[in-house]
Design a protein around this ligand. Structure first.
Ligand code: SR1
Length: 323
């Protein structure tokens, strides 16, 4: 291992072992998150081992145990069920391993929490929904409880409905599995068949939004519905900007940046530096109108046009290369 010139130990020598233990691996967000983590790890000469998630709490626990036994210096836990993870995360800490959590609340002062400002993200998407549709409409809502980012976004959905009694939630649905978009599409069709007056859908996860769009396209009702979401990928931009698309806005970070920030936080802990307890990557609002107007077709186009999207100074340090 070559190490990083000018970096504190042990990064000056290189070869630091870090595990990234995920709960969900499928889908654009998680693929891009892992790619960003991998790139940042490479720049720090970190040997990053990624454990693929299968939405299986017991498997994720086992993988954390495996990482402890491998003698890694840090573990990044990406999503998961807190109650299944808290004790095993403490076991890692007790073994002298640094732990960082992304989007899973491990409720431990020793474990920094990375998030995308989910309240801000939901406020941005719902603010656009109110701007486009006024304060009275029949809504559909896609939500699965138990995922920290979705629970935080849900708090803003509840607040928004409370502040605007004209918003009527006619139906709520959602599934998180290996094929979230397809499962959500099936549920969306049933929801629209039972509630044909829904005109706005809040679907704050891009796999949900993709499923809703698939369903409204198949039902031939895309002209009567508007979808507001979270997250973005190049495939999402294609869906959002397609002619007649009902997907009109999303609030998003670049997930590759969030992956890089997670690795930087772990690296700082290993170097004996404090990355802070709450590490936030701020999202930006992306509307269909602006994406079309600016000819944005890919995430790389967004990186180039919007510096606030393409980079973050969260968990930065002068010795950590970011490119
Ligand atoms: C099932 S949780 C999905 C969310 O996790 C990340 O926070 C992404 O933004 C995604 O929306």
């Amino acid at each position: 291992a070559a190490g990083v010139a000018g970096a504190p130990a042990p990064f000056d020598k290189g070869g630091v072992k870090v595990a990234l233990v995920t709960f969900i691996s499928a889908g654009d967000f998680f693929q891009a998150y892992q790619a960003g983590a991998t790139k940042q790890a490479k720049a720090l000469d970190i040997d990053l081992q990624i454990f693929s998630g299968r939405q299986d709490a017991a498997a994720q626990r086992d993988q954390i145990e495996q990482a402890i036994n491998l003698g890694v210096q840090a573990i990044i836990i990406d999503h998961g069920q807190p109650e299944a993870l808290k004790d095993v995360a403490q076991k890692a800490l007790d073994a002298g391993i640094k732990v960082v959590a992304f989007d899973v609340n491990l409720d431990n002062p020793k474990i920094p929490q990375v998030e995308q400002s989910d309240h801000g993200l939901a406020k941005a998407a719902l603010g656009q929904a109110l701007k486009d549709n006024g304060t009275s409409f029949q809504a559909g809502y896609v939500y699965v409880a138990g995922f920290a980012p979705l629970d935080r976004r849900n708090e803003i959905w509840d607040e928004t409905k409370k502040a605007n009694p004209g918003i009527v939630e006619k139906a709520r649905w959602g599934t998180v599995n290996d094929t979230t978009a397809v499962s959500t599409a099936d549920q969306t069709k049933a929801a629209f068949q039972a509630n044909p007056d829904i005109s706005v859908v809040f679907a704050p996860y891009d796999e949900f939004a993709r499923g809703v769009k698939l369903a409204t396209d198949e039902l031939g009702i895309s002209g009567k519905v508007k979808i507001y979401s979270a997250d973005v990928s190049t495939a999402d931009i294609t869906e959002i900007t397609a002619e007649g698309s009902p997907w009109v806005a999303t609030a998003a970070t670049n997930p590759a940046v969030v992956g890089a920030v997670s690795v930087r936080a772990a690296a700082k802990l290993v170097a004996g530096e404090d990355p802070g307890h709450s590490i936030v990557v701020k999202p930006v609002l992306l509307t269909q109108e602006e994406l079309r107007k600016n000819g944005i077709k890919t995430v790389e186009d967004l990186d180039a046009k919007l510096p606030a999207f393409g980079q973050s100074d969260a968990a930065a340090a002068s010795w950590i290369p970011t490119n």
